[in-house]
Write a new protein. Structure first.
Length: 341
């Protein structure tokens, strides 16, 4: 009897649930920002639960207010809450990789150290894959012994993946001499036959340049990527290189029918301290029958809406204002984790 291969399904395939970690870190979310982010999550949970179940990690049993609980009740699909300590909200990066082995859901994990030890603590976050595996009795089939995050990889469900170099090796990450070993380990864990390594992510991205702000598969042979339409911004040169590499990569596997689409970046906002917020429409998420993308109250929001509607005419496309959550450097894809059905 042959052994079923381990597959990392594409995100547009049917999902069992979306996972979130409710914000509670007062170092990041305090005062008016703290109130805004809590209600942002309430509205996001309400929106996702229109399409599919939502599993939410909360730090304690009585963490949610009565008003918040009422707002999230009586939805078409349930929102379930699990007491599990986390350090931060970015469950895309530290959460489990939900894989399929035959018709069974199994879990893989990588080592997480808060993007090269930039934002301690991360002890609780690094334990989340094991805790979810234990709670739901999912088999932990692979533990990759290298620093890597979920937002650093994009797959097409057909054996191809994309990532960026600085998320594989670099300062307080993995040693440059181990690059080939890291790539081999990731391909083995996720059932990939080829992993494209792009030179860099967006300028100012403190994750070291996650792929989910740069380029995403929208079909097995089609990619959409962020683009500097002016050609003069700090991302322009790198994105042009990425475009060439992605086009070459896709043609090598799918020939001339492959395609790379360009979606203009929203304006890159700068905080008072000079920190750049890497806003991108690439940080969208799939739900069953829908697609939710981040809006930034700018002219390109309507361009993104029309693009996603053209690619997925049978999905309900919804934009949600992400100007609050981007203040901590992430958006919808960063803060969620999909579990394939």
């Amino acid at each position: 009897m042959s052994i079923a291969p381990t597959i990392y399904p594409a995100e547009w395939e049917t999902q069992a649930a979306t996972w979130l970690a409710f914000p509670h870190n007062k170092k990041n979310w305090y005062g008016e920002r703290g109130e805004k982010i809590r209600w942002f999550y309430v509205e996001l949970i309400r929106l996702i639960s229109e399409f599919q179940p939502v599993n939410v990690l909360v730090p304690s049993k009585n963490f949610l207010t009565y008003e918040e609980k009422c707002a999230m009740a009586d939805r078409p699909f349930p929102a379930s809450f699990f007491n599990m300590k986390t350090d931060d909200i970015w469950i895309r990066d530290y959460g489990p990789f939900f894989l399929k082995k035959g018709n069974k859901t199994v879990i893989a994990q990588t080592e997480f150290n808060a993007w090269g030890q930039k934002f301690p603590p991360w002890k609780n976050d690094n334990l989340i894959p094991e805790r979810i595996a234990e709670m739901f009795e999912y088999k932990l089939v692979k533990s990759v012994p290298y620093i890597f995050e979920g937002g650093a990889i994009e797959v097409n469900g057909d054996g191809l993946g994309m990532t960026t170099l600085d998320c594989l090796v670099g300062n307080r990450r993995n040693e440059p001499k181990d690059l080939s070993k890291v790539i081999k380990a990731l391909c083995a864990a996720f059932g990939l036959k080829s992993l494209l390594v792009l030179p860099a992510g967006l300028h100012g991205d403190h994750t070291d340049g996650h792929i989910d702000n740069v380029a995403r598969f929208v079909a097995k042979d089609r990619v959409v990527m962020a683009w500097d339409a002016s050609g003069r911004g700090k991302n322009a040169e790198n994105l042009a290189k990425c475009r060439f590499l992605i086009e070459t990569f896709l043609r090598a596997h799918y020939g001339k029918k492959s395609k790379v689409d360009l979606l203009p970046l929203p304006p890159q906002r700068k905080l008072d301290d000079g920190q750049i917020l890497p806003a991108s429409y690439m940080n969208f998420i799939y739900v069953n029958g829908g697609l939710i993308y981040p809006k930034y109250k700018c002219a390109n929001d309507s361009v993104a809406q029309k693009y996603f509607e053209s690619v997925y005419p049978k999905r309900k496309v919804i934009g949600i204002d992400c100007r609050t959550v981007i203040e901590e450097g992430g958006s919808l894809h960063c803060m969620s984790k999909h579990e394939s059905e």
